[in-house]
Design a protein around this ligand. Sequence first.
Ligand SMILES: [Zn+2]
Length: 364
Amino acid sequence: MADITPHETRLDLSQDGAALTATLVDFPSVSGTEQPLADVIEQTLRALPHLTVDRIGNNVVARTNLGRGERIILAGHIDTVPIADNLPSRLDENGVLWGCGTTDMKSGVAVQLRIAATVPEPNRDLTFVFYDNEEVAADLNGLGKVAAAHPEWLEGDFAVLLEPSDCQVEGGCQGTLRVILHTAGERAHSARSWMGSNAIHAVAPILARLAAYEPRKPVIDGLEYHEGLNAVAIQGGVATNVIPDACTVTVNYRYAPDRSPAEALAHVREVFADCDIAELVVDDESPGALPGLSHPAAEAFMKAVGGSAHPKFGWTDVSRFSALGVPAVNYGPGDAFYAHKRDEHVVVDKIHQCEARLRDWLTA
Ligand SMILES: [Zn+2]
């Protein structure tokens, strides 16, 4: 059962992480409807005298100002994907909490709030970021809006995103580049094909390059990444009796974070350098993020949380911190495997474990 109803203005942060997660889950906040939850989080944090609180839109940033030598950012999104008939939350007899947002990522948000409330004198200054619209189009992303409007709110030495990672550290993330390769030809009737030049046939060397391509597996800060260069779409043909004069191949390059977007593009141009390409158009690009695990704050974090780090192959918001010069990792109690699913759930012990390890790191 929810411990608050929407007209109440504060969360009870003395309840344990699991109960707080249930409270947050029972306060629906599907992307685009986060305002009531952002209001409650803001009011709850404003009541804590050791924090200064700022807000833009439905994004709330709270900070300690103790003059410590380092500043750590703990960040999480407060929105969820649409509810799949899986609310209210339900705690079963095996210590598993079920419901929309349990794993992605209200358990992580609960840990942020618990640390905010219970560690008033951390050994490093802390910045807590709660943001909206992570589960929808990138241009709506609240963390991106904060970064654009108030980058100084996100200054720090190291950031932890409490996204579901099953209490494993996931460092950095790969970048992604999508290009469209155009080949050209000359139209002719297929009965007199020698009068034209076939743009679909001109794609053959491009596909041969892709099929033979050997992706890099660079090791960065001890993490092995695994790149990929693949055709993801192909389009061509005018009519069944026409030699086509145009064809396109869409190529997606997922690259390790030791390459910049410009270097990734240069690499793709080089791969196809001696193919007969009429035009290469960049369709989409997002930079990767370095794991930054050699930073002293990150090293201390790894020591405190234990285990080994794993690379993140997909693109995540750690990249937004990386773009601001702040190394970042994912470390949260949820299990990404159950994110966005009807049977979304989180193991309560993981919530306690995540909170305890972060507390150890920030109070040692
Ligand atoms: Zn998430």
